[in-house]
Design a protein around this ligand. Sequence first.
Ligand SMILES: Nc1nc2c(ncn2[C@@H]2O[C@H](COP(=O)(O)OP(=O)(O)OP(=O)(O)O)[C@@H](O)[C@H]2O)c(=O)[nH]1
Length: 364
Amino acid sequence: MSYTPNAANLAAAMKLRRQLGYWAATAVLYLFCAGLVFDEIAAGTTPARQGWPVIWYPFAGLAVFYFMIRNASRLGIPNWHLAFLQAIFAVVYDLLLYSALKNTHAAILIGMPVIFVFCAFALRPRQTIALALVAITGLAIACGLMVGVGGASFESEVINFALTTIGIVSVTVVTGDLSKLRSRLKAQKQELEQALAKIETVARTDDLTMLANRRRMTELLDLEERYDGAEQTVCVALMDLDHFKSINDKLGHAGGDAVLKAFAETCRQVVRDEDTLARWGGEEFLLLMPGVGMQEAKVIVQRILTHVRAATFGFRDDRLAVTFSAGVVERQPAEKMGITVMRADAAMYAAKSAGRNRILLGAT
Ligand SMILES: Nc1nc2c(ncn2[C@@H]2O[C@H](COP(=O)(O)OP(=O)(O)OP(=O)(O)O)[C@@H](O)[C@H]2O)c(=O)[nH]1
């Protein structure tokens, strides 16, 4: 039975939503730019044969990128590949607009730094620098062509080139710092998650026997209770070491501790993977057995008792035999797990009274 929500699926869904959000924002921007070109074609400032390909270009890209975003995880496309391709596409589009538009010619260059802002979180500093080099080189070629072929003024193109390059370089530096900050935050988050996982393990583990502790077992019992309604039986066994006080008297408290540790290790060897053994108190252990009925549970506990009887516990030569008394009960329908454990406790005390070193089934 699994109680853990699928966090990975949730994170993937949120990432997809964020990427589609960026895609939609870009689509609005592209649509606006297509409107500008259309307007200049209508006004006669941009020739139709030059303008229409610039109008269609972004729509083809939007369709391809929509498909890629939707299928990125299935096709194994990393996030930064997608961002880098989209950024290159946008840089080329901005340069095409720069060449095609006449009235809003210079203003369109403001789009360049905006592209870098969009990529701030998706690209690493080196990738952003590569993108900046592509953009500045492309801009230099476009400005050169404007002067050489388009007859634009050399001075105005130099000013356009210089101001846009300053914008690109500034945003690249800032996004590089942002990226470093983000990496540091990510590393700190990972450290915190690891520390939290460690704390959770410590909080749920008995530090002497390394078994689950009473807190962890109580959590599992609560989960069993909440799991109510599933047609699954569950049994618990309360196991208490016999005459443990005299073991302490013979071996000393440290010897008693060593016996408890070795006892836990011996039990661990025979406890089924689906069962949980916890240290419930001093020399008391609780075994939770989901999916079994009384008779099967008795067989499981008997196997543990037989294994324990066959071993000796203590320090080097100072070893002695250990037994335990156990009460086994099956949870009744809708019964509080606290009551189930109390019934196991009563059965365990009955086993003690009946002479110890035995297993008794609790009353239903
Ligand atoms: N060494 C050690 N002893 C512990 C620990 N926790 C509890 N004990 C001892 O376990 C003993 C339990 O004694 P009792 O409850 O009288 O029971 P018992 O001697 O096992 O006798 P029965 O349960 O009646 O068979 C006490 O002496 C506790 O001090 C522990 O963590 N380490």
